[in-house]
Design a protein around this ligand. Structure first.
Ligand code: SF4
Length: 345
């Protein structure tokens, strides 16, 4: 429930409106039981507990099933079990500018990207806004650290679950919620153009990352099936509109795949493409691909990635090779969940 719904909920229970303020604050601090809400009368706490026992409401939407902790930089990768037995992954990362959480938006994914483990079993279901929020709250509770940044870049295509995503973003941004500035939130899409258009209008202060991964339709068709629906000549103008409308720089994710999209002529073609369709307000984030055992692709070496990056920069496109956080726990995204699902079969 968002705050308004919680107000309505308490009014329908015959309770005062301010109870919603109290309970909402507890929820946002990750309270796991109504008993802990010591500023509520005992009778109300008991009623809420009863409703929870009857399955009508719930404070807990996920529990930690597994955590991998990087010894080198404190990155923590979580496997959470949802109330229906499904699993999702989320990651806690420490940066100089604050603590960032990467969350999943769906259980599985139907986008079919050729190099991705998360899509192998297809999409099982969307996550609710509450479940996305729970990913953040569970991590904040477990680490005992404040979360200042959120990236929606885990399993799932966020714009394939737009309504819940929007609800989630409004809740984390709400000052009664987690009060996280929109500028500290980034959503990543594989290129769902109607989602990009809606996001540009609805969340002009939030960051947008687009998984580009190719300098041509020919290569992108092979890697991201969504490209057949929204090819580069449709996708890139939508990206440009985002930068013009918001004044914000757009990030293009580019996974470097050995022998597929990582030649120096690909780098030059990419620079030309972005110059002509997007302009200067962009940044390319180069990621040497993580090896997924189910896929034939392997990543380019780090030195090659650096050379690719230099070509983009030389041609006026700002680019970086992604810093490797949590390299010692770096199973590719989706692998932890897949292994657990297989063990359960
Ligand atoms: S890369 Fe993202 S959008 Fe593509 S299949 Fe994997 S989870 Fe889905």
């Amino acid at each position: 429930m968002d705050f308004k719904e919680l107000v309505k909920f308490f009014e329908e229970m015959g309770e005062k409106k301010f109870r919603a303020t109290q309970v909402y604050a507890w929820m946002m601090h990750g309270a796991q039981s109504f008993d802990r809400m010591t500023d509520l009368p005992a009778g109300l706490r008991a009623r809420l507990e009863e409703m929870q026992d009857a399955g009508l409401i719930s404070l807990n939407l996920a529990m930690i099933s597994n955590v991998q902790i990087s010894k080198s930089d404190g990155t923590r990768k979580y496997l959470l079990m949802l109330n229906d037995g499904n699993f999702v992954e989320c990651v806690f990362m420490k940066y100089k500018y604050g603590n960032s959480v990467c969350i999943s938006s769906q259980v599985g994914c139907r986008m079919g990207c050729a190099f991705c483990a998360s899509t192998i079993g297809g999409k099982l279901r969307n996550l609710s806004a509450g479940e996305m929020l729970e990913e953040v709250l569970v991590i904040a509770r477990d680490t005992g650290e404040p979360v200042s940044h959120i990236v929606v870049m885990g399993t799932g295509e966020p714009f394939d679950n737009y309504e819940n995503l929007a609800r989630f973003l409004r809740t984390v941004h709400d000052e009664k919620g987690l009060n996280i500035g929109m500028r500290n939130i980034t959503v990543s899409t594989c290129g769902v153009v109607p989602g990009i258009e809606a996001f540009t209008v609805d969340f002009p202060s939030a960051g947008l990352a687009v998984s580009l991964h190719a300098p041509s339709n020919e290569i992108r068709d092979r890697l991201l099936p969504i490209n057949k629906r929204y090819p580069l000549e449709v996708l890139l103008p939508a990206c440009r509109t985002y930068t013009e409308h918001t004044g914000r720089r757009i990030t293009f994710e580019y996974a470097l795949i050995d022998g597929v999209n990582d030649s120096f002529s690909h780098a030059k073609a990419l620079a030309r493409l972005l110059h002509s369709h997007v302009g200067k307000l962009c940044h390319v984030n180069l990621i040497p691909l993580n090896k997924v055992s189910e896929s034939a692709f392997s990543g380019s070496g780090r030195r090659h990635a650096t050379a690719f990056c230099e070509i983009l920069e030389k041609h006026g496109i700002p680019a970086t090779v992604r810093r490797e956080l949590g390299a010692d726990i770096d199973a590719a995204c989706g692998q932890l969940r897949m292994k657990t699902m297989e063990q359960k079969k």
